[in-house]
Design a protein. Structure first.
Length: 152
């Protein structure tokens, strides 16, 4: 019984103070994701302009505009928002069969907004968290093809 409990604890990772998530099963630790976004100058400047972490790719010659809801799940938007998706992909590298936990993404997006003095409403934060999850799903869809990538 004690060995089973220890085996379960080995799979847990601290995501935020006092919160645990499963690392080898469904979820991975996403703590510090907002710091990775904040370390990118282009992403910070985009956020200061439109107060959004993810935006739709503007048409040629147009400037970046706020997105009212979650962004479209397209390869063009994925490339345009790669600065936000790449740190998430890096955090999820040890959980290839998993998708990011929406609650953890919500917390990290909220921290990023708060760090820049932007107090967005629940819907905006939720739309950005879901957009990140959709974009991560698109990365997996485009790269996995028939199955997950394997080391040669």
């Amino acid at each position: 019984m004690a060995q089973e409990k220890m085996a379960e604890m080995a799979d847990l990772v601290v995501d935020a103070p006092g919160q645990m998530v499963v690392a080898s099963g469904v979820y991975a630790a996403l703590g510090g994701l907002y710091e990775a976004w904040d370390a990118q100058k282009d992403l910070r400047e985009q956020f200061r302009l439109v107060k959004r972490l993810l935006v739709e790719k503007p048409a040629e010659g147009n400037s970046i505009e706020k997105t009212a809801a979650a962004i479209s799940r397209t390869a063009v938007n994925l490339r345009f928002n790669s600065a936000a998706v790449e740190p998430l992909r890096w955090k999820m590298r040890n959980a290839p069969q998993s998708v990011p936990c929406i609650d953890a993404l919500h917390r990290e997006v909220q921290k990023f907004h708060n760090a820049h003095g932007v107090h967005s409403d629940f819907k905006t934060i939720q739309d950005e968290a879901w957009s990140l999850r959709y974009m991560f799903g698109l990365v997996k869809q485009l790269t996995y093809k028939q199955g997950p990538p394997r080391d040669a």
